[in-house]
Ligand binder design. Structure first.
Ligand SMILES: *Cc1c(COP(=O)(O)O)cnc(C)c1O
Length: 379
């Protein structure tokens, strides 16, 4: 059996090696390393794929979030509501800009922002909400957008884990995750569902004025060459990364199907295991399974992780410490935030390998390893 990895980038690359190598070779020959044709081509292709009016490529997903907050003109002390159960970058950029992260709990089924909890956290200082489409499941955007409209708040989607996911509105309309809020942000970190071979990111919006502001902020606040209107930053997707993404974007739907097939196999195998809660799929969210995350009850997930590693099965805890319990955010209230669902999840979740190259024998080995540990642990 081929050794199992959380994400098998080597085997994925092997399948597209000739196209990728040729595309990178073209960039090298052109020497248009920054803002070359590959970057323009990719921005256009992603725009059509997402059905977004504007796509602004940038250097990474963290920058995408930071540029989004900067472009909205938020002022120091403004409050931004965000989940605590997410990767650190989401709240880190809020604090970096001297805004105040206000952590709210997540829905116990979807692990995404609990809209009722968001409503309770709104104060006169609240200016924005940052939902995270965690593990590839889209947050419940329709009621969230209605709430934001009612209180005149911006919504910035952290779509680093859910590129390609669809959200279905009550009237049947479908939109891609990241194109529903005022701004959507994503990451092309290699292990993401659409990953490049280094760092990369992008920002989406359907609003022309916001797009202009995003472009300006990402390019030193420049409105015309050497005329700088606002303090910005320098954040670019380089042409080599765009060349890789140009090969991989047309394969994204195939990659998503491959991930969903792995998720379906895990779901079926674990359906009758009493200690396991398999990932929930809300009817309005087309889950793209950036992670396949189990909730373990009546057994120790850390012991399960250790046992799996002795069987050659990697597994990860995303995330062991929620934002509100991180030292960096202590002065924002820290553990005084009452987030029971988040606290509970951080002790129970474990993510199994999921990627585009999983074989049937690897899958079977992972499933049997998980089951053999739990069968020997009384529920
Ligand atoms: C990966 C990730 C980011 C940051 O992306 P980078 O490209 O690594 O900066 C932000 N938010 C979430 C939820 C992520 O998973």
């Amino acid at each position: 059996m081929v050794p199992i990895q959380m994400v098998d980038l080597k085997r994925q690359y092997t399948k597209i090696k000739s196209q990728v190598d040729a595309a990178i070779g073209e960039v090298l020959e052109s020497t248009a390393f920054i803002n070359g044709g590959a970057v323009q081509q990719f921005a256009g292709a992603l725009q059509s794929y997402l059905g977004a009016k504007h796509v602004i490529p940038c250097a990474n997903g963290t920058d995408a979030l930071q540029i989004a907050m900067m472009a909205l003109g938020l002022q120091p002390g403004d409050e931004v509501i965000t989940p605590s159960f997410t990767f650190i970058a989401t709240a880190e950029v809020i604090a970096l800009l001297h805004l105040k992260p206000v952590f709210v709990d997540v829905d116990p089924k979807t692990y995404c922002l609990d809209v009722a909890a968001v409503e309770k956290a709104i104060t006169p200082k609240t200016k924005a909400i940052v939902p995270v489409h965690l593990y590839g499941h889209v947050a419940d955007m329709e009621p969230l957008m209605a709430l934001a409209a009612k209180h005149n708040l911006f919504v910035v989607e952290d779509n680093a884990q859910a590129i390609g996911a669809d959200y279905t509105f009550a009237d049947g309309t479908k939109k891609k995750a990241g194109t529903i809020g005022h701004i959507g942000c994503t990451s092309f970190f290699p292990s993401k569902n659409l990953g490049c071979y280094g760092d990369g990111g992008a920002i989406f919006t359907n609003d022309d004025a916001i797009a202009a502001q995003l472009r300006m902020v990402a390019n030193h606040g420049q409105s015309a060459r050497y005329y700088h209107d606002v303090v910005g930053c320098n954040s670019r997707l380089d042409s080599v990364q765009a060349a890789v993404l140009n090969i991989k974007l047309p394969l994204l739907d195939e990659y998503i199907s491959a991930r969903r097939a792995v998720a379906d196999a895990y779901d079926a195998a674990f359906a009758d295991v009493p200690q396991i809660t398999t990932p929930y799929r809300a009817a309005n969210s087309y889950h793209v399974f950036h992670q396949y995350t189990l909730q373990i009850d009546g057994a120790d997930r850390n012991e399960l992780q250790q046992y799996l590693s002795t069987k050659g099965v990697p597994a990860m805890i995303y995330y062991p410490v929620p934002g509100h319990r991180q030292k960096m955010f202590e002065h924002f209230g820290g553990a005084s935030f009452n987030l029971p669902v988040t606290d509970n999840l951080t002790t129970k979740v474990i993510s199994l390998p999921i990627h585009t190259e999983m074989d049937a024998d690897q899958l079977e080995h992972i499933i049997q390893s998980v089951k053999s540990f739990l069968n020997n642990t009384p529920a």
